[in-house]
Design a protein around this ligand. Structure first.
Ligand code: NAD
Ligand code: ZN
Ligand code: ZN
Length: 346
């Protein structure tokens, strides 16, 4: 089969790989029909995630058709349409019992990381019964691919951890696919306002289309003063950090009102400054975390009911064999006006 293989920092190849086989009775082999490129794949390609070694097939988002199941798989059979979770979970260990699937003692975030991933014609899914979901007939599969990772990430680590409430003023720093997914899912809680902050004017325009009430371009003027000016000098109730830089974490700390909540979603490659000398007296709460995908079944129903429309995040579509070109577009997102890129193997 063909697959996108990581060959070390800055190197990748669309090449032949052996088709995966059932290794354990709990495995399934899935023919990928749609997959994506995620910002985290770019982190891996720049060498920021050393656990990923040369030879690994990348990708951790996807939908597909079950090709084969191991003898212990009970919920799925060949021919079923399935949504893959970016984390695989045994369903039995102490972490899985607490729905902390990303910390599963025999799984977690491993697809396209510690085992081969979804940017391929076929993928092996360990613990298939607890790591995949049935796709209801008539579903918009493009929308459902966003449920493998970015939508639950934005919802669990941004919106739920940030405790977005009706009437809140919410700021989201970073209008990438994850920040935009926070924008979509925060609206489920009827905040009074959502202020979207980014450097990319095109993404800020898209954010308005997706429901942002106000936008701030952080490359123009003093971003903190500009956000405070938009809130009558009071600041925001919730600041969601969806970038992963010290500067954006700093912005979040400085725009919160007393009692505010900072929900960090961004993956940080460098240490950040924590201004406890200022945060303690303003009763600020800070949360962070790794997506568990425990909310995926609930989000699946919400997407089915059209309350959120994550397929609108998709700006570019490519056949899977053109994945190298797709990476070029995604890697030059501002120039290409790209947000989410989807790959078809149909
Ligand atoms: P992305 O790179 O596509 O988007 C980041 C956005 O931040 C871009 O639009 C960029 O223009 C903007 N930005 C950069 N510098 C800025 C600044 N100074 N001020 C304002 N905006 C700025 O990334 P993404 O795919 O949307 O992911 C966002 C973050 O979430 C990444 O760090 C990613 O690794 C992380 N992530 C975390 C988890 C988790 O489990 N916690 C899961 C998936 C992704
Ligand atoms: Zn991802
Ligand atoms: Zn487990």
């Amino acid at each position: 089969m063909k697959a996108l293989v990581y060959l070390g920092p800055q190197k990748k190849e669309w090449t032949d790989k052996e088709k995966p086989k059932i290794e354990k009775a709990t495995d399934a082999i899935v023919k990928i029909t749609k997959t994506t490129i995620c910002g985290t794949d770019l982190h891996i390609l720049s060498g920021d995630v050393p656990a990923v070694t040369a030879g690994r097939i990348l990708g951790h988002e996807g939908v597909g058709i079950v090709e084969e199941v191991g003898s212990a798989v009970n919920r799925f059979k060949p021919g079923d349409n399935v949504l893959l979770s970016c984390v695989t979970a045994c369903g039995r260990c102490d972490y899985c019992k607490k729905q902390m699937y990303a910390h599963c003692e025999d799984g977690g975030w491993i697809l396209g990381h510690l085992i081969d991933g979804t940017q391929a014609e076929y993928v092996r899914i360990p613990y298939a019964d607890t790591s995949m979901y049935h796709i209801p007939d008539g579903s918009d599969e493009e929308a459902l691919v966003m449920l493998s990772d970015i939508l639950p990430t934005a919802f669990e680590i941004g919106v739920i951890n940030g405790k977005v409430e009706p009437g809140n003023v919410v700021a989201i720093v970073g209008a990438g696919p994850v920040g935009m997914s926070s924008l979509l899912t925060a609206q489920l809680y009827s905040p009074a306002e959502i202020i979207m902050i980014d450097l990319d004017e095109h993404r800020l325009e898209l954010a308005k289309k997706f429901g942002a009430s106000k936008t701030v371009n952080s490359s123009k003027g003093n971003v903190i003063e500009n956000v405070l000016a938009l809130t009558n000098g009071k600041g925001v109730d919730v600041a969601i950090e969806a970038v992963g830089y010290p500067v954006t974490f700093d912005i979040c700390q400085r725009i919160l009102k007393p009692g505010g909540r900072l929900a960090n979603v961004g993956v940080h490659g460098k240490p950040v400054e924590l201004h406890l000398e200022d945060l303690w007296i303003r009763n600020v709460t800070i949360t962070t975390g790794l997506v568990s995908t425990s909310t995926t079944p609930m989000l699946l129903k919400t997407v089915q009911s059209d309350k959120i429309k994550p397929a609108e995040l998709i700006t570019h579509r490519f056949p899977l064999q053109d994945i190298i070109k797709a990476y070029e577009v995604f890697g030059n997102a501002a120039k290409e006006k790209a947000l989410k890129v989807i790959l078809y193997n149909e």
